[in-house]
Write a protein that binds this ligand. Structure first.
Ligand SMILES: [Zn+2]
Length: 593
């Protein structure tokens, strides 16, 4: 394997591949944002439609002009966090990002003021391309406080709920866990010990859960204080801002409405039995009476120890996209040809994987650490699905119409993994190989759709408890968690008693001013599975529909996007299609067993 091919080529992002030049461009970006601010600030509330259009176009132009240097600086750093050059560029880019954001912040605020004064302007044909962007801004207006109150809230949060949130991650990051591995006692930080949850040794997995959660439970007073403060603050702000429910803020941020999310969650509630059926089958596949919670995401003992070379993975993934659509396959192959992927495993590289849209190049860049296991091939297919989204979106939209909310952001990526599943199931030679593929995809769906739904029910239960003046002690919060969890899992799993402390480690519950981090995951899974079901039912006719949906970026709401394919996301009938596809995979798993 020529390693060169597994390393990305960032030089395409900039005219001159030189750190000093890039730093200069970053400084120029800040200067240009200052000029933009000085030209428009204070004037927007009196703008006519044509002036609004000119300003928005100018802001998109700014984004395109400086995209390359910013991307270069960030990507270079994530690929190699240890070199001085990368560190310097990264810090320059961060600084330039912060200053530019400050300079550009007036725009949305003043557009809000304009929309309040002149709501009709939204329907002016001159602004048709930016209509949905303006609609999203307009939706926030009724809940805004006075400028003084907004300022005060930010100031008070800094030493209030922001600090409560910070202590959760600081505390978790500094805990140490002792565990015996292969007869030797080891001390591990949280980030390391959780790796044991997927260890092939069942007893070790169980002990890892015991060790982690009994230790976290010892600090229940701290965790409970933090969750209680952040949640109570949100409840107070809901009243102050007159949001109809604690979920309203996130509904607006995600560009969705309550009817759609209600239908989604109802569908989950009605189908918990389908999930439980899979958990029982997985127990059978593992040779167990019943799964313990420590088996939930564990690999099947029969899973083959198969490795895929970079070239093999490339071939398989590109082919799976090509079988879906010729053009998409060509684009995915171009990603490799032009060296837009960084798969090499090396020191100093950031962990995890991501895909970054490159607007000017109408393409994307992908980072992952490729070790050749099945999961890495799935990651490749997933990130390339984001790239497909980028190829389509950048060809059809301006940057400000490509600010995709979390309900839609994973559409290309999850769809891409399903295309790979199809490929792996047809090329897989043994029963064990097929079971490994199916259990990977079923586990992923189960976690994102059902486990995450338990978190939605749990969060709702917390706000209801606060409303009823029930004191949220550690024990009380645990009681609410166990209730929400059992609603989803029934008796399909044996839980260690310490698992009642599960909520203590989940950062999402502690993030201030952004609550209900959870349901977009559920949305994305069911939405894409429903799309895939349609593809299976309609065949090639469906292909242009999905491509149009991805190409629309954020120029339309998720509800409109689905409506264009003939679906109403406020009905349970639509979401059931997603569950039906999950059920098809379960059936296949059962038949292969
Ligand atoms: Zn993703």
């Amino acid at each position: 394997m020529i390693v060169e091919q597994m390393r990305w080529d960032l030089s395409q992002l900039v005219e001159i591949d030189d750190p000093d030049y890039i730093s200069e461009r970053l400084t120029a970006a800040v200067r240009a944002s200052e000029e933009f601010r000085d030209k428009h600030r204070g004037k927007v509330p009196d703008f006519n439609a044509k002036q609004v259009l000119e300003m928005l176009e100018e802001s998109d132009k700014w984004a395109l002009e400086f995209e390359g240097p910013f991307m270069y600086a960030y990507l270079k750093y994530f690929a190699d966090m240890t070199t001085d050059v990368a560190k310097r560029l990264h810090s320059n880019a961060q600084n330039a990002t912060m200053l530019s954001q400050q300079n550009l912040a007036f725009m949305e605020l003043e557009l809000g003021q304009l929309l309040k004064k002149n709501p009709e302007i939204i329907n002016d044909p001159v602004l048709s391309e930016y209509k949905h962007k303006l609609e999203r801004l307009k939706r926030q207006i009724p809940y805004m406080l006075s400028e003084e109150q907004e300022q005060l809230a930010i100031q008070k949060d800094k030493n209030g709920i922001d600090a409560w949130s910070q202590i959760q991650s600081d505390w978790l990051a500094t805990r140490e866990f002792e565990i015996e591995v292969d007869g030797e006692t080891k001390t591990m930080p949280y980030g390391e010990i959780i790796g044991l949850y997927e260890h092939p040794n069942r007893d070790l997995r169980k002990r890892a859960h015991e060790v982690v959660y009994s230790k976290l439970g010892e600090d229940e007073i701290l965790w409970a204080s933090a969750v209680r403060s952040v949640s109570s603050d949100h409840n107070d702000m809901t009243k102050l801002r007159k949001w109809p429910t604690p979920m309203t803020q996130s509904l607006i941020a995600n560009d969705v409405d309550e009817a759609a999310i209600q239908a989604l969650m109802n569908t989950i509630e009605k189908n918990v039995g389908v999930f439980q059926k899979y958990l029982r089958l997985k127990a059978k596949a593992m040779g167990l009476e019943k799964l313990g919670n420590w088996d939930e995401i564990a690999p099947l003992p029969s899973a083959p120890d198969k490795k895929y070379s970079w070239d093999e993975a490339r071939k398989m993934v590109v082919e799976s996209y090509t079988e879906f659509d010729e053009e998409s396959g060509t684009w995915m192959d171009e990603m490799f040809e032009q060296r837009h992927l960084d798969g090499e495993v090396r020191k100093g590289k950031t962990s995890g994987a991501f895909c970054s849209t490159w607007f000017v190049g109408k393409s994307a860049y992908i980072l992952q650490s490729y070790n050749g296991i099945l999961g890495d091939v799935f990651t490749m297919a997933h990130e390339l699905g984001h790239a497909l989204h980028a190829y389509l979106g950048t060809r059809a939209q301006k940057p400000s119409n490509y600010e995709i909310g979390s309900c839609i952001a994973e559409t290309g990526s999850i769809f891409g993994t399903l295309l790979l599943v199809e490929k792996l199931l047809t090329t897989g030679e043994t029963k064990e190989e097929k079971l490994a593929v199916l259990s990977t995809v079923l586990d992923d769906f189960g976690q994102a759709a059902f486990q995450v739904s338990a978190r939605v029910f749990f969060e709702t239960a917390m706000y209801e408890a606060i409303e009823k003046n029930i004191f949220l002690s550690g024990e009380k919060i645990s009681e609410l968690w166990v209730e929400a969890r059992d609603k989803v899992y029934g008796d399909a799993i044996d839980w260690l008693p310490v698992m009642k402390w599960w909520w203590t480690m989940k950062l999402h519950f502690y993030i201030p001013n952004y609550r209900y981090y959870n349901y977009p995951y559920v949305y994305a899974q069911l939405f894409v599975y429903a799309m895939y079901r349609l593809y299976k039912e309609q065949g090639k006719v469906f292909v242009p529909n999905l491509k149009a949906l991805l190409a629309a970026g954020s120029s339309k709401s998720p509800r409109e996007l689905a409506a264009e394919i003939g679906f109403d996301i406020t009905t349970e009938e639509f979401w059931q299609k997603g569950i039906d596809q999950f059920d098809v995979f379960i059936k296949e798993f059962e038949d292969t067993l």
